[in-house]
Design a protein around this ligand. Sequence first.
Ligand SMILES: NC(=O)c1ccc[n+]([C@@H]2O[C@H](COP(=O)([O-])OP(=O)(O)OC[C@H]3O[C@@H](n4cnc5c(N)ncnc54)[C@H](OP(=O)(O)O)[C@@H]3O)[C@@H](O)[C@H]2O)c1
Length: 289
Amino acid sequence: MAKVAFIGLGVMGYPMAGHLKAKGGHDLTVYNRTAAKSEKWAVQFGGRTAATPAEAADGADFVFCCVGNDDDLRSVTTGKNGAFETLKAGAIFIDNTTASAEVARELDAAATARGAHFIDAPVSGGQAGAENGVLTVMCGGDPEVFERAKPVIDAYARMVGLMGPAGSGQLTKMINQICIAGLVQGLAEGIHFGKKAGLNIEKVIEVISKGAAGSWQMENRHKTMNAGKYDFGFAVDWMRKDLDIVLTEARSNGAKLPVTALVDQFYADVQEMGGNRWDTSSLLARLEK
Ligand SMILES: NC(=O)c1ccc[n+]([C@@H]2O[C@H](COP(=O)([O-])OP(=O)(O)OC[C@H]3O[C@@H](n4cnc5c(N)ncnc54)[C@H](OP(=O)(O)O)[C@@H]3O)[C@@H](O)[C@H]2O)c1
């Protein structure tokens, strides 16, 4: 049993912290900006709450974090009352936020300066993956530090991989989002075409999902896409934040991402339709407009 802190009890962080307590059996202290959520979490799982990230991290062996973007991450780490004020020597800070590789390298240097360690560990698998404790975790950091952190991360994960030094987890998550962007647009166009052709979409997917076109998105999203339901899942606003990180990184490493850049603009159209919180599969709604 380790002394663990968790910062950021959102859609993802709340159940992930729950698994660290209930499945991992660790001694948990949680912090959330909106205190009502951390109080609710403590009642449900039986851990302690802290008033600031610094208070949560004080004395912890492992400090987890899952907030929104780079600025939120800086605020809860190196900002006033941030976790890095109290992060002890030898402690490991594990960041599950989807953020830039640049902020990961920056926080790795800041943790090292304190004699502590940093692992960027963005996740894939969505709200259901977090609730069921079966996330895919893409890590960047030192191999020895990773070996110490992995058994703790395992509490909410099905797959945990070390991809390289600090920032490599975030770079891997960028590849994940590049692959999803083009794939979801292809799926939306396929369903759109099938409807125009007068085919039974359920029947079409039942057959082609077993062939070379099959994918997680096809299996898990075709029913709701066919029904025009998007009020759930991974929000378009989050996807645009992720694609901005991807396209910024591509400008610096020279990668050519024409389809990703185009799909990013399609998501901007969905936002204009009022779909900020719709699931990313809402690219179909744009075609049907
Ligand atoms: N949702 C998904 O399906 C999914 C899948 C994979 C990856 N992710 C990534 O995981 C991260 C979290 O996503 P989520 O869906 O859990 O988001 P969310 O429900 O909006 O939760 C965000 C959390 O961060 C906290 N926060 C944000 N800004 C903060 C700040 N400046 N200071 C302190 N706390 C702050 C929020 O506190 P409050 O409660 O006070 O607002 C909340 O606890 C994002 O980077 C997202 O891209 C999400």
